[in-house]
Design a protein around this ligand. Structure first.
Ligand SMILES: [Zn+2]
Length: 78
């Protein structure tokens, strides 16, 4: 929430052009590489630890949804 104080969006300075691979690509085997569902950057999409979103889009989504999202499923069972 601190980042919103000056009215800037977080995306602008920190996200490289989509022609650049996500950093996770260099840490997984080549056959686990796929396109990010949102920006179509190459990212570690398949297999163990894979994510349909690249780390940049994933962070943007997490920020939007808030950290509580992950726990909703378990809370709903109580
Ligand atoms: Zn992306």
């Amino acid at each position: 929430m601190v980042a919103a104080q000056d009215g800037r969006t977080q995306m602008n300075d920190t996200v490289p052009p989509i022609t650049e691979d996500d950093p996770s690509v260099s840490m997984c085997s080549g056959d686990h590489v796929g396109r990010c569902a949102t920006c179509h950057r190459r990212t570690h999409r398949y297999g163990h630890g894979g994510n349909p979103l690249c780390s940049f889009c994933f962070e943007a989504q997490s920020a939007k949804w808030g950290s509580g999202v992950r726990h909703v499923g378990r809370q709903a069972l109580m």
